[in-house]
Design a protein around this ligand. Structure first.
Ligand code: GTQ
Length: 346
């Protein structure tokens, strides 16, 4: 049952002013705003960022702004529903397309927000995370979790571009976002890529588990793709051919706040994802996919990115009838589950 609540205008102006002078606010005029009926108010709008429109502008940024003047040469994929200046894709997710030109160096820093990179294009770049040199190849996922030093270098001959996904909006909102600059890292042994690259077997820690909270930093696309193709071949009836990027020691999500997944759509497949509370981001690693949500329909080709607000079903259709398409998905599920607000409404 919902009845009309009193408005601010219903109150004597001097009374409201007396409250304000004491840093007090009446709840009832704003109660329905902060606790709307049945479904949250979402500023996150379905938004599509075609790669072909971003790439030339990013390359132009490479001409206009030297790396020393940028530190990170990034065009932010900002959701207009939040206001572009907020640099948010959703309530908790930030997306950016980053360019590194051959020979350039993005210096070492660490920060409280968690980041991952999904490599879009180019050869020869690498990210050093916590002393581990992680080569960047198309489709690879590289973690730079909270607090770990990271820097980017490029020994190749062509521009390298990747998609950054950070939980920056949330960490900033919590007044917990800051960075520290550091020295160039020395590369040390203990390559997580060698130790944890094979699902199902992990290094035996005789006395204790790894001391590292994030034992695996680079997830090669060749491995993730092989896992998806294996699952699809094993069970032709399996609808959601999807893997989650996990911490190989704990089995938990790879990072604490955002979740990361790879999804394979079989030739011509149409897959309805249920309406769940977290917002989601879809990025095409290989193929072409139609993404339908609310009253929007996006045609996503390779390297395109889009986002969907929470509490809405999304239907994904592989636009190729004769081959699989592959998506990278990021969402706010780990956060929603930890906060106890996760819902699947079917
Ligand atoms: O590469 O370290 O898109 O610190 C935003 C902040 C990338 C990075 C971003 C960052 C980075």
């Amino acid at each position: 049952m919902s009845h009309e609540l009193g408005r601010l205008e219903d109150l004597p102006a001097d009374y409201v002013q007396d409250l304000r002078d004491l840093n007090l606010v009446p709840l009832w005029p704003s109660l329905r705003g902060v606790l709307p009926p049945h479904i949250p108010t979402r500023q996150t709008k379905p938004t599509h960022w075609p790669y072909k429109t971003i790439k030339p502008l990013l390359l132009k940024a490479g001409e206009l702004t030297p790396i020393e003047k940028a530190e990170r040469r990034v065009l932010v994929l900002a959701n207009p529903g939040h206001g572009l200046e907020k640099m948010q894709a959703s309530a908790a997710m930030y997306l950016g397309m980053q360019l590194l030109m051959p020979g350039e160096w993005a210096p070492s820093h660490r920060h409280t927000p968690n980041a991952v990179r999904m490599i879009v294009e180019g050869e020869g770049a690498y990210t050093t995370v916590d002393g581990e040199k992680c080569p960047m190849r198309r489709g690879d996922l590289i973690l730079t979790p909270t607090g770990l030093w990271h820097e980017h270098g490029h020994d190749g001959t062509d521009p390298v571009i990747w998609l950054d996904v950070l939980d920056l909006p949330l960490v900033y909102y919590m007044e917990a976002s800051y960075h520290v600059n550091g020295e160039r890292q020395t590369i040390h042994p203990g390559q997580s890529q060698q130790q944890y690259a094979h699902g199902g077997v992990a290094p035996t820690k005789v006395f204790e588990r790894s001391k590292k909270a994030y034992p695996m930093l680079r997830y090669a696309w060749t491995d993730a793709k092989a896992a998806l193709e294996g699952m699809a071949a094993d069970d032709p009836a399996l609808d959601a051919v999807q893997v989650t990027y996990i911490n190989p020691e704990t089995g938990a999500d790879a990072e604490n706040i955002l979740g990361f997944y790879a999804l394979m759509l079989r030739p011509g497949q149409r897959l309805r994802l249920p309406a769940r509370s977290p917002a989601q981001v879809f990025h095409v690693i290989e193929g072409a996919v139609q993404a339908d949500m609310l009253d929007q329909s996006f045609t996503l080709v390779e390297a395109d990115t889009c986002c969907a607000p929470g509490y809405e079903a999304v239907t994904l259709t592989n636009l190729h009838a004769d081959k699989a398409s592959f998506l990278f998905i990021a969402d706010e599920s780990p956060l929603h589950r930890k906060l106890g607000v996760y819902e699947n409404r079917g």
